[in-house]
Ligand binder design. Structure first.
Ligand SMILES: CC(C)(COP(=O)(O)OP(=O)(O)OC[C@H]1O[C@@H](n2cnc3c(N)ncnc32)[C@H](O)[C@@H]1OP(=O)(O)O)[C@@H](O)C(=O)NCCC(=O)NCCS
Length: 167
């Protein structure tokens, strides 16, 4: 553990049966126009095949209050990827997201990674601010409402900002 957890909380790898709780949390925690469907980007397979490089934080009562779903690239083992991160509203701005990221960085460095990547929707100002504060460089090739992003990155209309950071 590389950071201080909120009082009474513990951190562990996710289990397959955490999937419904995490999907429900996404519906509640995400601040995007497609809140209802954003959980579909985190299918159960992440809770079956990527658990060793992912983390959840649960409260004393056993409720999931934060999570990070990430992995080491199978194609390029020097690259790690953070697919999803979320922190419950009541624990925001207390260093929990930073702690999860730094824990993941250390873990991935130990596995031989030198770079971490992530993407986000250009509308997600909070995520962009968070990744900027975490030392990520933002990439894109088109101005989307004042934000540089890649057009149609994940399909028609699915524009994304790419973040990279050396670790
Ligand atoms: C993005 C998110 C994970 C940040 O978690 P958090 O625990 O509140 O973040 P932290 O308190 O650890 O903040 C880490 C840094 O980011 C900055 N930051 C976090 N949220 C910010 C915001 N809304 N605006 C500006 N800066 C912000 C903090 O100031 C802090 O900087 P510092 O350490 O240099 O002081 C959280 O807001 C969240 O779950 N959002 C909804 C889900 C989401 O959009 N996830 C990202 C896309 S997958």
């Amino acid at each position: 553990m590389t950071f201080e957890l909120p009082l009474g909380c513990r951190m562990r790898h996710p289990r397959e049966n955490d999937h419904p709780a995490v999907i429900a949390a996404i519906g509640d925690w995400w601040d995007t126009p497609n809140r209802a469907t954003v959980g579909m980007m985190l299918p159960r397979l992440f809770f079956q095949f990527f658990t060793k490089t992912s983390w959840v934080i649960e409260s004393e009562a056993g409720e999931i209050v934060a999570f990070l779903i990430g992995f080491q690239s199978a194609d390029d083992p020097t690259v790690a990827y953070i697919h999803f991160v979320g922190v419950d509203h009541h624990l925001r701005n207390q260093g929990v997201g930073r702690g999860l990221y730094e824990h993941f960085f250390d873990d991935m460095k130990a596995k031989g990674c030198t770079e971490v990547r992530a993407i986000t929707g250009p509308f997600n100002a909070r995520s962009r601010a968070f990744h900027g504060a975490m030392g990520f460089e933002a990439h894109g090739d088109t101005d989307v409402d004042g934000v540089l992003a890649y057009l149609d990155y994940d399909g028609p209309g699915e524009n994304r900002v790419l973040f990279t950071r050396a670790i």
